[in-house]
Ligand binder design. Structure first.
Ligand code: MG
Ligand code: MG
Length: 275
């Protein structure tokens, strides 16, 4: 119980119910293997949209054009752009440049320049199930400090995924992310975090980017979470812009963000958002 509070998750009980039950708390919904398969189809579509966007990133293209590419991939496959209309968000992608961390709004006025660091976050809904994933890229190719930051953030995501082992706890995942960020002395954004995902984009449990091993929700088969480390070259404090969406670093430092939707299986983690 102490461990639950440690990672900031409220209203969740651990091990109070047999793990064979459909839910491990009133708010965490476990997915059957058939449901995980359906989520993988949605996740693959999300991954394919991101893949298409990744290939289109170049100097001179606007974030509006990138958004249109992602929306076409999703709709052509019979899916729906999850973010569009979510609390009124106007687009398929969140496109966040340089000191922006997450939730940037695509625009014809935001044209990519050589060296820009762009974060692309996408949600795809297929047959009612959702995949959520994100990546960061530097326009023209990654180099120098931005490359180190992006590599570390991607490595933190990988470490978080690898920490999803049978018998483990959510705190193991959060801690694995934290260790990579701290090892490089990067700012670790904690105001925003990962989350459960399924038929809804944001489900319980919250998946913070720091935590205590051996604490929190048990990693039982059927748990599906979006793990999404956000690191900065400076401090971790954030501010929201007047557009009501875009989140940037308070100190203006560069930020990176990577995300996958991952299912817990009997054998460990299975990434659902690969193309
Ligand atoms: Mg996302
Ligand atoms: Mg997410």
């Amino acid at each position: 119980e102490d461990g639950i509070r440690d990672i900031g998750v409220t209203g969740v009980q651990t091990c109070a119910l047999p793990i064979s039950k459909a839910v491990i708390s009133g708010n965490i919904t476990l997915k059957s293997s058939g449901e995980v398969d359906a989520m993988r189809a949605a996740g693959r579509l999300c991954g394919q949209a991101l893949d298409a966007v990744s290939k289109a990133i170049r100097p001179g293209i606007s974030t509006f054009e990138l958004d249109a590419i992602a929306e076409a991939v999703i709709r052509d496959a019979g899916g729906l752009p999850t973010f569009k209309g979510y609390f009124g968000f106007p687009a398929t992608l969140c496109t966040s440049l340089n000191e922006e961390i997450v939730h940037g709004i695509p625009s014809k006025k935001r044209v990519l320049r050589l060296g820009d660091v762009i974060k692309i976050d996408c949600g795809a809904t297929l047959d009612g199930w959702i995949g959520d994933a994100a990546f960061t890229a530097q326009v023209g190719g990654a180099t120098g400090k931005p490359k180190k930051l992006m590599d570390a953030t991607a490595a933190a995501l990988e470490a978080g995924i690898k920490a999803m082992q049978p018998g483990g706890f959510l705190g193991d995942v959060c801690h694995a992310v934290e260790v990579v960020g701290k090892g490089q002395k990067y700012g670790i954004v904690t105001r925003y975090c990962g989350h459960g995902v399924g038929r809804r984009l944001h489900e319980e449990p919250s998946v913070p980017n720091l935590g205590v091993p051996g604490t929190g929700v048990p990693l039982v088969t059927g748990l599906v979470i979006a793990i999404e480390p956000m690191f900065t070259l400076g401090r971790a404090d954030t501010v929201e812009l007047k557009d009501g969406w875009t989140v940037k670093t308070r100190d203006g430092s560069l930020a990176a963000h990577f995300e996958h939707t991952v299912a817990m299986t009997d054998d460990g983690p299975s990434i659902l958002t690969l193309p």
